[in-house]
Design a protein around this ligand. Sequence first.
Ligand code: C2E
Ligand code: MG
Ligand code: MG
Ligand code: MG
Length: 271
Amino acid sequence: KEEGRNRVAYIHHSEDASLEFLKINHRIKAIKQALREDRLVLYYQPIVCLNKGEILHYEALVRLVGDDNKLLLPGEFIPVAERFGLMAEIDRWVIQAALRKLSEVPEIKIFVNLSAVSLLNKGLLVSIEEDILNSGVDPSRIGFEITETSAMKDLAVTERWLRKLQKIGCRFALDDFGIGFSSFSYLLNLSVDYIKIDGSFVKNIDNNSAHFTLVYAMNKVAHAFGKKTIAECVENESIANTLRDLKVNCGQGYYFGKPTGNLEEIRAVLW
Ligand code: C2E
Ligand code: MG
Ligand code: MG
Ligand code: MG
């Protein structure tokens, strides 16, 4: 299908399938090796208050350092990790690395992402709570991002995570909001603190009136339900201005800073 419709193609099934198998196998090995040898790294991207221009949080985004020292992006290894039972271990590694960073750099707050399969792992919830309590870091400095789609998979499970970790002071954000076709009423009744408006709407806010209207509406509804809003993919100043006029609370995107491995590199944003 990728090569176009209405055409005939001959596929050598056996070759194709074994190549795919080899590729996946290679990825699984790379992930296991990275976990063993601590070859995962966290990049950080600032989340900025649109009104004051100051950095309120950082989102931690994981990368894998391959044999050749090339960085693999999440899209290149997370789907495999999820399929082959390695995701909970990655998410645990991420929270532990984030806690180390929080104890080294006292004034910052960090959001980490939780995958849908991690949410379904009861043991992981207990371990993460222990990691946080044992770290001595104030739990209110740590936030969790769960996507709208994974939050909706099993509402009772999502609520268990929220109850347990919000009780000790952690924050929660609903990630990639607006693309999951979920019912507004279910979603907004979750006790999350932040709604992250998906970048696909934000990117086009200045030249697509439907997307402008959607961002306007999502922001209003989120506020009416007592949630703060964060817009993803703020790629230029004009988008940032439009969002500020709409009273969106925070922005994140290449305009404010790309994800970087060196937190100290990110300067206070003068805006
Ligand atoms: P996400 O949580 O929605 O993260 C935002 C993604 O958008 C990041 O991609 C970031 O680099 C990218 N981005 C940021 N600003 C801009 C912008 O202005 N324009 C554009 N076009 N893109 C922007 P990344 O790092 O490749 O991560 C992709 C996804 O992988 C994340 O989406 C998240 O769902 C997942 N992910 C990343 N790290 C972790 C992790 O530690 N654990 C889990 N479970 N998932 C992770
Ligand atoms: Mg995220
Ligand atoms: Mg997101
Ligand atoms: Mg997104």
